[in-house]
Design a protein around this ligand. Structure first.
Ligand SMILES: [Zn+2]
Length: 382
């Protein structure tokens, strides 16, 4: 197996042979002719939350400063909470008082029980952050065709999400570091997955295409959105593959063990996807999109669409070479779906799934409309 730069870096961090410099924030700037890729690791929320939770008394000024930081504001927004609730959650945790349901969302009492290990983890992460972002940038740079990207990766302490982003801001994403339990490899590989999403968003604008499909036939909207996300998540899983790290990263091993059940029910995963999408297409008025999305993409359902998308990309890259992934980034996701349906029908793919003629036709019809739209809009499909 070819060892990537990130893999070698993470091995050296694990063996303790990496020497770095402590920074609370680190910038990586890489320029390669047509575009630059800048990643900033911002640990301010994580740092200040740990400092406050470790204090016996905090001033209003300290709390105001903490509440004003970008990371804290994002966490409040993610939790659909308010600065007043965040403030009272923090004060109750410091004073060892019981939080109410809204305050408990911040999980400060839980984090406060592990302050020493969290502090140590943040120190190690701060020392390694610049090298990690550099290695990720090196590996992802070939996937970006042009542009100037600046992405801020916020390390947070609090909340119930290990990683999230807001749809209206593609240049920032957030990681709940308390979920990683000191596992720097887990943070690095998850960050690579999230950073790959920012490249995907920049390389192909799917929203106007989806809007055109919705206006042409509103029953297409949900199947198209879900197929696009199978591509997005599957290829991000393929690029930020967790399998090389299963022995060294408890976080990634836990993720892998949770979703590996999909491999045992491989055919059923594809059957589920195909039939849920056909059902959404045939009966859009009866569809509950939230339920549908969670069955395919949620941890509680073992993320079957992530598994399917990764498998599809792996087989397509095996068939057409590494350039396939690059090519797929600038095209509509429906080409990826159609390519896999064709490959699966060719008999050359491992564990082929036999897609129904109806599903194949749905994909084909939507793709024809995408091509019509792009010709009219003058969009070039690579
Ligand atoms: Zn993702």
């Amino acid at each position: 197996m070819k060892k990537s730069g990130l893999f070698l870096l993470l091995c050296s961090l694990l063996l303790g042979c990496y020497k770095g410099y402590a920074h609370y924030t680190n910038d990586t700037i890489r320029s390669a002719g047509k575009f630059s890729f800048t990643v900033k690791f911002d640990l301010e929320n994580a740092r200040s939350t740990i400092a406050l939770l470790g204090s016996k008394h905090v001033s209003e000024k300290q709390l105001d400063g903490w509440l004003a930081s970008a990371g804290t504001r994002a966490l409040i927004s993610k939790l659909k909470s308010t600065p007043a609730i965040a403030r009272s959650a923090m004060i109750k945790a410091i004073e060892n008082k019981k939080a109410d349901a809204e305050e408990s969302k911040y999980q400060y009492a839980h984090i406060r029980q592990q302050l020493d290990s969290m502090r140590l983890f943040l120190d190690r992460l701060a020392m390694a952050a610049d090298s990690i972002t550099q290695a990720i940038c090196e590996e992802l740079r070939p996937f970006r065709s042009s542009g100037n990207d600046t992405v801020v990766l916020y390390g947070l302490m609090g909340g119930y999400s290990a990683g999230f982003a807001f749809t209206n801001n593609k240049s920032a994403f957030y990681m709940g570091l308390h979920f990683y339990k000191g596992d720097i490899t887990g943070v690095a590989v998850s960050a690579k997955h999230e950073l790959f999403h920012t490249i995907q968003s920049a390389e192909y604008q799917f929203e106007p295409v989806m809007e055109n499909l919705r206006q042409t036939d509103s029953a297409w909207e949900a199947p198209y959105y879900l197929l696009r996300h199978i591509f997005l998540e599957g290829s991000a899983e393929f690029v930020a593959d967790n399998e090389p790290y299963l022995k060294t990263s408890p976080y990634l091993r836990h993720e892998h063990e949770h979703s590996v059940v999909n491999a045992y029910r491989h055919e059923a995963v594809f059957y589920l996807i195909e039939h849920l999408l056909l059902d959404a297409f045939h009966q859009p008025s009866l569809m509950d999109f939230g339920q549908l999305y969670s069955i395919l993409f949620d941890w509680n359902w073992n993320n079957p669409a992530y598994y399917a998308g990764k498998h599809m990309m792996a087989e397509l890259v095996k068939e057409y070479g590494a350039g396939y992934l690059q090519k797929s980034l600038g095209r509509d996701a429906l080409y990826f779906i159609r390519d896999y349906i064709q490959l699966s029908g060719s008999g050359r793919v491992k564990e082929a799934y036999s897609f129904s003629a109806e599903f194949t036709q749905l994909v084909e019809t939507m793709l024809q409309q995408v091509e019509t739209y792009q010709r009219t809009a003058g969009t070039v499909t690579r």
